[in-house]
Design a protein around this ligand. Structure first.
Ligand code: GLC
Length: 561
C-alpha cells in the first residue's frame, strides 16, 4: 500500500479533549479545576485514550473562557495553582498519558501587561506588539470580527487616537507577529511549557497570525469571505517554520493547528513532512456541512446529505495519502454535541447513534479527537432563554440580532442546535447534586438528562452502555494497526443511509459498515459480499438478518478473511 506510514505516537494516539471549566469542581466555586482533572485521571486512562488536550488554563479575565490570556505563564486562579498544574502533569505522565495544551497566540487579553503598555502611548516599547491604525489616516478598511457587537474588528481608543485590531472580542487584541520581539516572547513562552514536560500544543486559529500590515481593503476575489482572507497572511509559513526551528524541533512534541480558512489544496503546505511546520490540523469542511451556505453560525434547515459527509472525509483522507497526517473530529468546545448533531439523541436512537459515531472515528485514518462527555453520549442542552447562555458568541450575536430587529425566536431556535454552550455544560458523573460535577451551583446549567442514564456511574454498571462500547472500540483500534495506518477505500459512495469503507493493511482488510439513518438500510458490497468475514465489533445484539442489511444506526466492523 502507498499510504503514508511513518509511525509516530501522535498518529497512533487517541485524543481526549477536556474543557476544564466543565469537568470537575473540587474547590466548590462552581467552576471545574485542575485538581478535579487529577482526581479523574484513572477514569480517563480507563477509556483507552492516550493524549489529553486541555483548553486554556492560563490566567484570564474570561471574556471568552480562557481564550483571552492575560498571563501565558500562570494558571487561572479559578482553576488552581502552578503546583496543581505540576501535579496534574505528573499524574498524567505516571499513567502514560500525554498532555497537549492550548496555544492562543493570535491574540492576548486586553488585560495582558503587553497590551496595557501598548495602549498607553505611541512610543511605548510594547506599542508594536499589537496592530494599531492611527486615526489621522481616517477610518481603517473594514475587518470583520467574530465576537464584536458591531462585527467590527477595529476598536477606537481615544488615549492614543488610534484603532486596534481584534478578530475576536474587543478584549482579545491581535498580537503583531510581524514584530520579531513578539515572536521571540512567544517562542520563549512555548519553551517554558516544554521544559516542564508538556507534550504538545493545539494552536488556536493559527493561520490568522500573519497580517498584511498595510491593512488593505479586502481583495474582491474573497467575495466578502474574511475568514479565508485571514488564513492567507503573507508570512504564515515563514513564522511557522521559524517556530519549528526555534522551539518545536528541540522537543518530541505534537502540534495540531486549528485551521479555519485553510482549504484542502493548501493542506500539505502546513503539514507536509518536509515543510517543518505542524503535524496535523483541524479543517472546517465538516463543521460547515450543516450550516447555511455563506454563514458561520446558522444551521441549514435542509439538513446535510450523508453523501457529502462521506465525500468530505474521503477527500481529506486522500489529501494525506502519501504525506502529512489528518485529524478526525465530530465535536469540540466550539460546536454542539456530536450525538445531537451527527447522530440522533431521541431516546430510541441515542445509544445506537452515539456508538455508531464512536465506531466511525475509531476506524478512520488520521488521529481521532473526542470531546469529554462524548464517551457517555452527552447531548445538546437546548436552552430556552438567553439568560441561560454564558458564551460571548451567543450573547453578542443575540444583541446583533436585536439591534437589527431580527426575529429573536428564530435566533433562539437556531442556537438550540448550534450554540457552543451545548457542549460546555458540566460533565455528568453520577446522579448526585449537579451530576457530581460540583457541590454548589455550577457556572452553567447541568443537562438534566443526567438522571436518565447519561452519567458515568450508571453506565459503569451497565455492560451495554455507550461508555462500555467506547472502551471496546478504543481497544479495537489499539489492537489493529490497520485501523490506524490502513489504506481507506469508500464503498457505495452514493448510498444516503450507509457509510461503508474498507481499511487495508499488509494482508488484512477491514470492512466498516455504519448506518446513519433511523431506518433499516441496505448497502451494496460488490465483490466483498462473496468473501468470508469475522465480526470484530458491533453496537447491537439484534440478530443479523443479512450481511448487507443494517438496523437503524447499526455499526459493524468486520475482518475480511
Ligand atoms: C478558537 C477557539 C474558540 C475561541 C476562538 C478565539 O476558535 O476554539 O473557542 O473562541 O478561537 O480564541
Amino acid at each position: 500500500m502507498t499510504t503514508n506510514q511513518n509511525n509516530a505516537w501522535w498518529k497512533e494516539g487517541i485524543v481526549y479533549q477536556i474543557y476544564p471549566r466543565s469537568f470537575q469542581d473540587t474547590s466548590g466555586n462552581g467552576v471545574g479545576d485542575l485538581k478535579g482533572i487529577l482526581q479523574r485521571l484513572d477514569y480517563i486512562k480507563s477509556l483507552g485514550v492516550d493524549i489529553i488536550w486541555l483548553n486554556p488554563v492560563y490566567e484570564s479575565p474570561n471574556d471568552d473562557n480562557g481564550y483571552d490570556i492575560s498571563d501565558y505563564q500562570n494558571i487561572m486562579a479559578e482553576f488552581g495553582s502552578m503546583e496543581d498544574f505540576d501535579s496534574l502533569l505528573k499524574g498524567m505522565h505516571d499513567r502514560g498519558l500525554k498532555l497537549v495544551m492550548d496555544l492562543v497566540v493570535n491574540h492576548s487579553s486586553d488585560e495582558h501587561k503587553w497590551f496595557q503598555e501598548s495602549r498607553k502611548d505611541r512610543n511605548n516599547p510594547y506599542r508594536d506588539y499589537y496592530h494599531w491604525w492611527p486615526a489621522e489616516k481616517g477610518t481603517p478598511p473594514k475587518r470583520w470580527s467574530y465576537f464584536d457587537v458591531e462585527e467590527n474588528a477595529w476598536k477606537y481608543e481615544a488615549t492614543t487616537n488610534a484603532y486596534y485590531l481584534h478578530y475576536f472580542s474587543v478584549k482579545q487584541p491581535d498580537l503583531k507577529w510581524e514584530n520579531p520581539a513578539l515572536r521571540q516572547e512567544i517562542y520563549t513562552m512555548m519553551a517554558y511549557w516544554f521544559e516542564k514536560g508538556v507534550d504538545g500544543f493545539r494552536m488556536d486559529v493559527i493561520p490568522f497570525i500573519s497580517k498584511d500590515t498595510n491593512y488593505p481593503e479586502l481583495p474582491p476575489e474573497f467575495n466578502g469571505d474574511f475568514i479565508s482572507y485571514y488564513a492567507q497572511g503573507p508570512k504564515l509559513h515563514e513564522y511557522l517554520q521559524e517556530m519549528h526551528s526555534e522551539v518545536l524541533s528541540k522537543y518530541n512534541v505534537m502540534t495540531v493547528g486549528e485551521a479555519p480558512g485553510i482549504t484542502i489544496e493548501k493542506a500539505l503546505d502546513l503539514v507536509g513532512e518536509n515543510r517543518k511546520e505542524l503535524n496535523m490540523f483541524f479543517h472546517f469542511d465538516l463543521m460547515s456541512l450543516d450550516r447555511k451556505p455563506g454563514t458561520v453560525f446558522e444551521k441549514n434547515p435542509e439538513g446535510w446529505p450523508l453523501s457529502s459527509f462521506k465525500e468530505i472525509h474521503s477527500r481529506w483522507d486522500k489529501a494525506f495519502e502519501k504525506d502529512g497526517w489528518g485529524s478526525v473530529y465530530l465535536s469540540n468546545h466550539d460546536f454542539p454535541r456530536s450525538v445531537s448533531r451527527w447522530g440522533n439523541d431521541h431516546p430510541d436512537f441515542w445509544y445506537a447513534s452515539a456508538t455508531m459515531l464512536h465506531t466511525f472515528l475509531l476506524t478512520m485514518r488520521g488521529t481521532p479527537y473526542f470531546y469529554f462527555g462524548d464517551e457517555i453520549g452527552m447531548t445538546n442542552i437546548r436552552f430556552d432563554r438567553i439568560d441561560q447562555y454564558r458564551d460571548i458568541n451567543t450573547i453578542n450575536r443575540y444583541e446583533i440580532a436585536k439591534n437589527k430587529g431580527e426575529d429573536l425566536h428564530v435566533f433562539m431556535e437556531n442556537e438550540k442546535d448550534t450554540s457552543r454552550d451545548n457542549a460546555r455544560t458540566p460533565m455528568q458523573w453520577d446522579v448526585s447534586h449537579a451530576a457530581g460535577f460540583s457541590k454548589t451551583t455550577p457556572w452553567i446549567e447541568v443537562n438534566q438528562n443526567f438522571t436518565k442514564g447519561i452519567n458515568v456511574a450508571d453506565q459503569e454498571k451497565n455492560p451495554s452502555s455507550v461508555l462500555h462500547f467506547f472502551r471496546k472500540a478504543t481497544a479495537l483500534r489499539k489492537n489493529h494497526l490497520g485501523l490506524i495506518y490502513g489504506h481507506y477505500t469508500l464503498i457505495d459512495p452514493k448510498n444516503e443511509s450507509v457509510y461503508a469503507y474498507t481499511r487495508s493493511y499488509e494482508t488484512k482488510v477491514y470492512l466498516i459498515l455504519l448506518n446513519f439513518s433511523t431506518l433499516e438500510a441496505q448497502v451494496a458490497l460488490g465483490d466483498l459480499s462473496e468473501l468470508p468475514k469475522s465480526l470484530l465489533l458491533r453496537n447491537t445484539h439484534q440478530e443479523i438478518k443479512a450481511e448487507n442489511l443494517l438496523a437503524p444506526y447499526e455499526a459493524r466492523v468486520y475482518l475480511v478473511q
